[in-house]
Design a protein around this ligand. Structure first.
Ligand code: FAD
Ligand code: MLT
Ligand code: ZN
Length: 493
């Protein structure tokens, strides 16, 4: 049982009754032979996965899950919920890490998984238009033969939806190169909380005709409407990709290393990811990627994974090799050693170590996940200070916290501080909060760099947004959703 130190949000909405289910069943077609999933589920045995989040930390009690196949169906369902004051939780691949995609109480779940068609792709402009329920990896697979790639990539690619990515403004492993979704999303189709369909599915790179409304939905976590279609700028596939894991004797070397890697690799550097020693050890322990040789790991306090993507293999390899040589031959080397991938299989194995940390952590125990933006130079200090704080509270090791680890997108100033425990307990949560949020505020950082606010951080929003901003957010919410039916209890305190 998870107790949350902050009580569950209070909202007055109606539960689904028999007439509602009857009405929804008329909107949704009967099960088709093409799909094994019924468009509507009301049996408790089928509801569990939709009521439980990826971490098994948040649990809703919805008794109605719907899987519409068209925007029109979404619109009709939402219109009914608006009239009947029934809460609606939009759900994608349910890989979110802040409890945003599962109900708080008995709201209906609208899962977009059956809306998974590609609507168009233009290989000249690279603009892709797809249903919101398309799985990120399926979109990458669709683009590969057309020599394009998605502008984002994350460890959850096999399950998360492009609609969920847009709704959370997911960052991930390619942000350093391709920027955030606020730049690459060109248009959206959204069902508003009263059922109106907002068609802004533009395929234009430039469009300065007044307020850019789509931006409001990017990162709105399902609180302003349901995204049903996405128009996104994809990137040309690089002709050559390489990666290397660098072992560093000290965290202090990360910053100068980043500076040097940027200077030498310049336009071909496409990722610069950080893994501290404990995070690496956990990834290896739980079989993520292939462990580096013992000699390469010895004496390493942390690791950095650098990826290059460019247009000319010889040129790119020369640059990366040049960087490695200069690093190793320096009078005071910033790295102990570097493990360079020699084949596509090794390239994937090195990435698997970094991408597999989330999975490894979840196998090791229950994770308290803090996804923060702070100055790069403070990553280690934050991890160490948190560990010492937990020790002083008597909850480290003997007291149920097993590890305090740091990893993340160094190049974007985004640290994932994870506290891995035997169980979710009030004692640990009380030791962590508001301690961690106050630490972040001290650095004028963000309490959520890329995962969002969801249910987990509504009470912490004020550490990163001032009262005027929160007030404006509230007014925007009530303009779009006056009855508060859309993902109630999420984002806003
Ligand atoms: P869900 O989890 O289903 O929903 C997330 C939120 O979006 C909820 O608030 C939900 O209501 C809303 N939502 C979903 N679909 C829609 C829609 N169509 N319309 C309106 N609202 C919607 N995040 C990162 O930013 N970077 C990472 O590198 C990263 N790596 C991850 C690795 C793993 C292994 C896991 C498990 C998660 C990771 N995440 C990462 C977190 C997560 O935010 C992303 O996986 C993803 O963007 C969520 O997409 P989803 O389809 O699973 O959304
Ligand atoms: C990552 O960068 O691995 C993801 O954001 C997931 C996580 O924080 O564990
Ligand atoms: Zn991340």
């Amino acid at each position: 049982v998870v107790r949350l130190s902050h009580s569950l949000p209070d909202f007055q909405l109606n539960s689904v009754n028999e007439q509602d289910v009857e009405h929804f069943s008329k909107i949704l077609p009967k099960t088709s032979i093409l799909s094994t999933l019924a468009p509507i589920s009301t049996e408790s045995s089928e509801l569990e996965p939709y009521n439980t989040d990826w971490m098994n930390k948040y649990h809703g009690k919805s008794n109605t899950v719907m899987r519409p196949r068209t925007t029109q169906e979404v619109s009709e369902i939402v219109k009914w919920c608006h009239e009947r004051r029934i809460g609606v939780v939009p759900q994608g691949g349910n890989t979110g890490l802040v409890g945003g995609g599962v109900p708080v109480r008995d709201e209906v779940v609208l899962n977009l998984g059956s809306m998974n068609k590609i609507r168009s792709f233009d290989p000249v402009s690279g603009i892709l238009v797809a249903d919101a329920g398309c799985i990120l990896e399926s979109l990458s697979e669709y683009l590969a033969p057309q020599n394009h790639i998605m502008p984002l990539d994350l460890g959850a690619k096999g399950s998360c939806h492009i609609g969920g990515n847009v709704a959370t403004n997911a960052g991930g492993l390619r942000l350093l190169r391709y920027g955030s979704l606020h730049g690459s999303v060109l248009g959206l189709e959204v069902v508003l909380p009263d059922g109106t369909i907002l068609d802004q599915l533009s395929v234009l790179r430039k469009d300065n005709t007044g307020y850019d409304l789509k931006q409001l939905f990017i990162g709105s976590e399902g609180t302003l409407g349901i995204i049903t279609g996405v128009s996104i700028l994809t990137a040309p596939a690089p002709n050559s990709s390489n990666n290397v894991i660098l072992a560093l004797p000290s965290f202090d070397n990360v910053k100068p290393l980043f500076k040097e890697a940027k200077r030498q690799l310049s336009e071909i550097m496409s990722a610069f990811e950080f893994i501290d020693r404990t995070a690496y050890d956990l990834a290896v322990k739980h079989g993520q990627g292939r462990a580096l040789n013992e000699g390469d790991v010895e004496g390493a306090e942390c690791f950095v994974l650098v990826e290059t993507s460019g247009g000319n293999r010889e040129h790119d390899e020369a640059k990366l090799n040049g960087l490695l040589e200069s690093l190793l031959e320096a009078d005071q080397p910033l790295i102990n050693t570097g493990v360079l991938s020699q084949s596509p299989a090794q390239f994937s194995q090195l990435w698997a170590i970094r991408e597999g940390i989330t999975e490894a952590v979840s196998k090791e125990g229950k994770a308290y996940k803090y996804d923060i933006s702070i100055p790069l130079g403070s990553f280690k200090e934050v991890v160490d200070t948190t560990r010492e704080h937990l020790r002083s509270k008597g909850v480290l090791h003997d007291g149920a916290v097993k590890h305090v680890i740091g990893y993340g997108h160094v190049g974007d100033g985004n640290l994932h501080l994870n506290i891995v425990a035997e169980a979710y307990t009030q004692e640990i949560e009380d030791a962590l909060e508001p301690f961690v949020y106050e630490l972040v505020a001290k650095y004028k950082g963000s309490v959520s760099a890329e995962h969002g606010i969801g249910l987990m951080k509504t009470h912490a929003l004020h550490y990163s947004k001032n009262a005027t901003s929160i007030d404006l957010m509230r007014r925007i919410k009530s303009l779009f959703d006056p009855h508060g039916i859309m993902n109630p209890g999420k984002v806003l305190p």
